[in-house]
Design a binder for this molecule. Structure first.
Ligand SMILES: [Zn+2]
Length: 244
């Protein structure tokens, strides 16, 4: 039985692990993490030597990789790409990957020039405009903004991201001047729509295309790990994407 999620449109292959695949973050686990990756590789047919995963830091740093970096972040003795929250590649059939448990993987694809970007967008990455920085880097590399196709992977929805204090409301509205519609006040609490905030970033930066969405919320969907629901010691899913 299939225990991972796969979205394949002949241009991109997006694979998302589930709880059934186990924790996919080496930095939080033991030797079972490699076994989890090996089993995911067997069931998806994805060669781990064609995967590159970065080790996140909630920063706006990103890195361009090619197939020479294959295996990094997924093989236990290759954990080298530390402190990057985004990845760009020009190589087809190379899976770029991040682990998450509520933050959004934002996939930016230029199918004309074959350039692929992936951003780890929690609220810190979003206020630091990580997805915009990756999009702008892709434009520097030759992409035209109108050719880009942007997809939001699984991440926490507005209804599940309720804040019991005003900190994030003040960050988004007062400090960074986001439009009021990213915050909804519910019974004296504040629900924050970080996906909408990220999309607002991209609109402000000139992107006018559609936003494709996988419509998966880690908290709503019990198949996925969620820090909000399960606590920060919970496991992480891995989000893998490659150009076909
Ligand atoms: Zn939800």
């Amino acid at each position: 039985m299939k225990n991972f999620l796969r979205f394949n449109n002949n241009k991109l292959d997006i694979v998302i692990s589930t709880k059934e695949n186990g924790n996919m973050l080496y930095q939080m686990g033991g030797k079972e993490v490699y076994e989890n990756y090996q089993r995911l590789s067997q069931s998806t047919g994805i060669d781990l030597n064609k995967v590159v995963r970065v080790i996140l830091k909630n920063s706006s740093e990103f890195i361009e990789v090619d197939r020479a970096k294959g295996g990094d972040g997924v093989l236990p003795d290759k954990q080298n790409l530390i402190g990057y929250d985004g990845i760009i590649t020009r190589d087809k059939n190379l899976y770029i990957a991040i682990t998450t448990a509520d933050c959004f993987p934002v996939i930016i694809h230029d199918p004309v020039n074959d350039i692929l970007g992936l951003a780890h967008c929690g609220w810190r990455g979003i206020v630091e405009q990580l997805e915009v920085k990756i999009m702008n880097k892709m434009i520097e590399m030759g992409s035209k903004i109108d050719d880009l196709e942007i997809t939001y992977g699984p991440g926490i929805c507005r209804d599940c991201y309720v804040q019991h204090n005003e900190y994030l409301r003040d960050v988004f509205i007062q400090q960074y001047c986001y439009p009021l519609d990213i915050i909804e006040e519910v019974d004296g609490h504040y629900a924050v729509d970080i996906k909408l905030a990220s999309q607002y970033n991209l609109r402000e930066a000139g992107y006018t295309g559609d936003f494709k969405e996988l419509n998966l919320c880690n908290y709503c969907d019990d198949r996925l790990f969620s820090v909000r629901r399960d606590g920060k010691e919970t496991g992480r899913i891995v989000n893998l994407v490659a150009m076909l």
